[in-house]
Design a protein around this ligand. Structure first.
Ligand code: S3P
Length: 170
């Protein structure tokens, strides 16, 4: 493709910022394939994310995640939804910036807590969800800033977010 930034759209953001819902709709509208890094890791490893954290630990999970990102971004024409912690490794940030347009979705802590409380499958949020979200948000507060575009999704519908991304991607 003439412009490497158009090869793929890569969604980054904290858990519960809407990467999967936005990514699926975007992929439909653009006729791109939707790939979720967590699902990719799960099918390759043959076990769920919570099982991987429990049996092999976070470091091994991060290694599998790094390999997944490298492998996925060899292809073009994808909308990639990434795990919320994937941006912690410099290798992943570099691969994302080289692999397409990186879009960060953000949301305020209350919205994130409301959204993730519905879903028990996040190993890093075991215990008090509120406390964990605040702690991790503080630790990662600058980590999503390398994106080409950042959208605060707190008060936006999925349709609106997709519209903003499509307008920007043109
Ligand atoms: C994680 C986010 C999760 C998943 C894993 C770790 C994180 O993905 O990769 O539980 O470190 O923020 P989502 O952001 O899709 O929930």
């Amino acid at each position: 493709m003439e412009n490497d930034k158009k090869r793929n759209l890569i969604l980054i953001g904290f858990m519960g910022t809407g990467k999967s819902s936005v990514g699926k709709m975007l992929a439909d509208m653009m006729n791109y394939k939707f790939v979720d890094t967590d699902s990719y890791i799960e099918s390759k490893a043959g076990s769920s994310i919570p099982e991987l954290f429990a049996s092999r630990g976070e470091d091994i999970f991060r290694q599998l995640e790094q390999e997944a990102i490298q492998e996925i971004l060899h292809s073009d024409g994808l909308v990639v939804s990434t795990g919320g912690g994937s941006i912690l490794r410099e290798e992943n940030r570099a691969a994302m910036l080289a692999g397409g347009q990186v879009i960060a979705l953000t949301a305020d802590a209350d919205s994130i807590i409301a959204r993730v409380s519905q879903d028990p499958n996040r190993p890093l949020l075991q215990g008090s969800v509120e406390e964990r979200v605040h702690t991790l948000l503080e630790q990662r507060k600058d980590a999503y800033r390398f994106a080409d575009l950042t959208i605060d999704t707190t008060d936006l519908s999925v349709d609106t977010i997709v519209g903003i991304i499509l307008a920007h991607h043109r």
